[in-house]
Design a protein. Structure first.
Length: 169
């Protein structure tokens, strides 16, 4: 009597597991999504304290966290690739990596500007990061995500976060 019940529970667990995989395949909870969430948190914290020179060391640590996650994200694959025709996928991925390289260079410029106490260069780098983020999301994130977050006015300023990203902080 106990065995059929145990089998039923195992089956239920498998169904739950597969339901989770479906969500994963759509982007949320994917390895890239997780890296992006970390980047969002780090960028949000950097943006808040950037002008405060008494927080220079923690700002640099947050920028390092942003960079580490960007470098990891570069090696992952956007969920949207599944919607790209097979013959265009290699080009899509090469462009994705190039955009991520641009972002990493901009993050490095931000770190240098913080180290050298240059507020104007800091703001310029932050603006570039925000623009790269916004443009890249239009190109590499799935349509649903673009619509849900890119219309937020917050995201259009200096790499600030969309309302969805703020919720995640
Ligand atoms: C500092 C800059 C960036 C931040 C803070 C950031 C943040 C985020 C966040 C929080 C998400 C998940 C929430 C959502 O989908 O709205 C996300 C998703 C995504 N981002 Fe970014 N992002 C940045 C730059 C980039 C760049 C440069 C690219 C591409 C070169 C990119 C590609 C993507 C993709 C493809 C997704 C969807 C994840 C998936 O396909 O599974 N992001 N980003």
């Amino acid at each position: 009597m106990i065995r059929p019940l145990a089998n039923a529970m195992t089956a239920a667990a498998l169904i739950l597991c597969c339901a989770h995989s479906t969500t994963f395949a759509e982007g949320d909870g994917s390895p890239l999504h997780d890296k992006m969430e970390q980047m969002g948190k780090a960028l949000h914290a950097v943006t808040k304290q950037l002008g405060d020179s008494s927080k220079k060391e923690t700002t640099l640590a947050l920028i390092a966290k942003l960079r580490t996650n960007a470098a990891a994200a570069r090696e992952l694959t956007p969920t949207k690739v599944k919607t790209i025709p097979e013959k265009n996928r290699a080009e899509f991925m090469a462009d994705y990596k190039a955009a991520m390289d641009d972002l990493i260079s901009q993050i490095d410029r931000l770190a240098i500007a913080v180290k050298e106490n240059k507020p104007e260069a800091q703001q310029a780098a932050l603006k570039e990061i925000g623009e790269t983020k916004q443009d890249s999301h239009v190109t590499y994130r799935s349509k649903q995500k673009e619509h849900s977050t890119e219309s937020s006015p917050g995201e259009k300023r200096n790499g600030e976060h969309s309302s969805k990203e703020r919720e995640d902080d």
